[in-house]
Write a protein that binds this ligand. Structure first.
Ligand SMILES: [Zn+2]
Length: 324
């Protein structure tokens, strides 16, 4: 499509290409680098937030199209927290790929109000969410986010959804793939966020699905100094999300046991999408079975991740089976 102001010439041939371009435009508006991006933000977002902005008939065709791409856009950008003064506490997706408002089920503490920024729960360069009751279900997740207190401005960057990391620069191919598979991903996300599961477990499973949990391979990729790259559970292979949850000899038996309990027989590959496909293929029309499958999936992810974190925080280095 052509874009207003002659900023980009040429015609994209597919709707996937159009959506990818619109996601790039959305990221540019967040980052505010170009004159066009600053003009758009100043014109449409002066009294609101990009995520909360309601589509108005008076908006330009381009801006309306950008806003309609927000669900795709949201899954592939991250907010790097520094001092928290420019990140909206409730509306910006700084905790994984969903806003605090969504993660807390749309419930907003009236006394807290809107328009607050994340520095409300950061003091002296450290997260201090404990005093705020609304963050209680998410305290552990919040503490896993690194704050760079030496810098001042929070920033947006592009995260390749396949790896959760990357250079931070927009990648058309990863966005194209994201748009192309968005329908399947939306179904997976809806399954994880269904009823009957504790919110902290849903959040953990969602972050695994999106490749956003901070395993040791990601910490190293982000340049953090860690003493060891080996899996904290088996101490045999390098730790990644794929290894920790689905290949590790400590955790894989958990999945085979869960599937056997649900409906005997296991023939899936070792990744979360295969497990979700297995559930979809076996659920039939029994909503009770689907709910049990959702609970088992989220609880398994949660307890593996909780044990992983416990062993790191307590400095345990022996393999799991030698220490329990
Ligand atoms: Zn392992």
């Amino acid at each position: 499509m052509s874009v207003s102001g002659g900023r980009r010439s040429g015609v994209e041939v597919s709707s996937h290409g159009q959506k990818s371009s619109l996601c790039e435009d959305g990221l540019e508006i967040h980052q505010g680098g170009s004159l066009w991006a600053r003009w758009m933000a100043n014109r449409y977002l002066r009294r609101t937030n990009f995520w909360a902005c309601r589509i108005d008939n008076n908006f330009s065709v381009t801006f309306k199209a950008i806003l309609r791409c927000r669900p795709v856009h949201q899954t592939a950008i991250c907010r790097y927290m520094k001092d928290g003064t420019t990140t909206d506490l409730w509306l910006d997706p700084w905790l994984g790929s969903r806003s605090l408002l969504e993660l807390l089920g749309g419930q907003l503490d009236r006394e807290t109000g809107m328009g607050l920024t994340c520095n409300r729960i950061i003091r002296d360069g450290v997260w201090r969410p404990e005093g705020y009751t609304y963050t209680a279900p998410l305290v552990e997740e919040i503490h896993l986010i690194t704050i760079d207190a030496s810098q001042t401005e929070d920033t947006w960057s592009w995260a390749d959804p396949g790896t959760g990391g990357g250079s931070g620069l927009f990648c058309f191919r990863s966005c194209y793939n994201l748009v192309r598979t968005h329908h399947d991903q939306a179904e997976e996300v809806d399954f994880i966020w269904g009823k009957g599961v504790a919110q902290k477990m849903q959040l953990c499973a969602y972050r695994l699905l999106r490749g956003r949990l901070m395993t040791r391979d990601r910490l190293l990729r982000f340049g953090m100094q860690i003493p060891d790259a080996k899996c904290v559970l088996c101490n045999e292979d390098d730790e990644s999300m794929g290894h920790l949850f689905f290949v590790c000899p400590v955790t894989w038996p958990i999945w085979t046991e869960q599937c056997a309990q649900l409906r005997g027989g296991v023939g899936m590959d070792r990744d979360i999408r295969s497990i979700l496909s297995w559930i979809r293929d076996h659920r039939g029309r029994d909503p009770g079975w689907t709910r049990r499958a959702r609970v088992r999936l989220a609880a398994s992810v949660w307890h593996i991740w909780k044990e992983h974190n416990r062993r790191i925080f307590e400095g345990l280095t022996t393999p799991y089976w030698n220490s329990t």
